[in-house]
Write a protein that binds this ligand. Structure first.
Ligand code: AMP
Length: 316
């Protein structure tokens, strides 16, 4: 199943209350593709832009996994998108210390001819106008178009974001961004309102991430509450949201069909990839996993959240 990933390719400096790492590999497309490949293997194409300072080990990571990089533009003499983030003590909240767009400032995504009919498309967090432009370039409707966004675009580019949402059928968003986008305090109401903003043509899927409290899935008229993995030590949460998306869409692409049970499992696999991501700095936590390790954590989550029927109150 072919997967097209569009998003940022970045160099990040990350500071947590316990450690700091300068110029690590980052970017939404990086985390999404590294997480998804456990499920889909090499059938992943990237669209993005970098400068000639993009780390050699990043190219190696992508090439070793067989990703198609024809859609990654390299600007000679240009500097790769740079982001610096500082996490607060609870590791749930962070401040963006620096966002240097560099080559990203003039980025206009160009999907290579051979990738114009992807079965699955994931649009990482970039300007909504560019996300919409990618959808318009496609020559066939993918089985799933999954979208990410952030508070910055909700505040600064709402009309373009609304247009992009109307062309997509799945959205992953965190709780505070969901409340901001539909201006409502209830996450249940927010999820339903967000579904109404998506394309009416296919299934409408909204996932609201609640950090260490799990995620809510809205699948058409169904609701599912997924637990978070109880990770004892969070080392670096950078990329957790993107790893979630990669695990989620990677699993669905592997299964090939988008029904409620598959989508629920995909949310749990997304949660598993996000938890591995938080266990080490930068992309290190999702660079060398195995399907066995992923499956073990999936089963742990299943065990942790299962409970039995109450016999005394059961009717009949
Ligand atoms: P996440 O922690 O899942 O939200 O993703 C963090 C990644 O997003 C980092 O590796 C950053 O390089 C990247 N990032 C941060 N800000 C932006 C932005 N404004 N546009 C695109 N990517 C960004």
């Amino acid at each position: 199943m072919s997967l097209l990933v569009v998003g940022s390719l970045a160099v990040d400096t990350i500071e947590t209350p316990f450690a700091r790492k300068e110029r690590a590999l980052g970017g939404s497309a990086t985390y999404i593709s590294l997480a998804a490949q456990y499920f889909v293997g090499a059938d992943i194409s990237l669209v993005g832009v970098v400068g000639d300072d993009f780390p050699a080990h990043a190219w190696k990571l992508f090439k070793d996994r067989g990703f198609n990089l024809d859609g990654v533009e390299v600007i000679e003499g240009g500097k790769t998108f740079f982001w610096e983030g500082k996490y607060h003590y609870d590791m749930n909240t962070r401040d963006s210390i620096a966002t240097e767009l560099n080559v990203f400032a003039d980025f206009s995504p160009k999907v290579p001819n051979a990738q114009l009919k992807p079965e699955f498309l994931v649009l990482g967090n970039i300007e909504p106008r560019l996300q919409s432009d990618v959808i318009d370039q496609l020559q066939a409707q993918p089985k799933l178009i999954l979208l990410d966004t952030m508070d910055y675009w909700i505040k600064s580019a709402r009309p373009a974001l609304e247009e992009t949402l109307s062309k997509a059928n799945a959205l992953v968003i965190n709780d505070s961004e969901a409340r901001l986008l539909v201006e409502t305090p209830s996450l249940i109401v927010a999820g339903k309102k967000l579904q109404q903003m998506l394309s009416p043509v296919t299934d409408r899927i909204v996932i609201i991430k609640k950090g260490e409290h799990g995620a809510l899935l809205f699948f058409n008229d169904k609701l599912f509450s997924a637990p978070a993995y109880p990770l004892e030590e969070i080392f670096d949460p950078t990329g957790a949201g993107d790893s979630f998306m990669g695990g989620f869409i990677g699993y669905l692409a592997r299964r090939g069909s988008i029904d409620y049970e598959n989508v629920k499992r995909a949310v749990v696999f997304g949660t598993v990839l996000a938890s591995y991501c938080c266990g080490k700095f930068s992309t290190e936590g999702i660079e060398s996993l195995t399907l066995d390790a992923i499956s073990d954590r999936f089963k742990e989550l299943q065990f942790l959240s299962a409970f039995q029927e109450e016999p005394e109150l059961a009717i009949g």
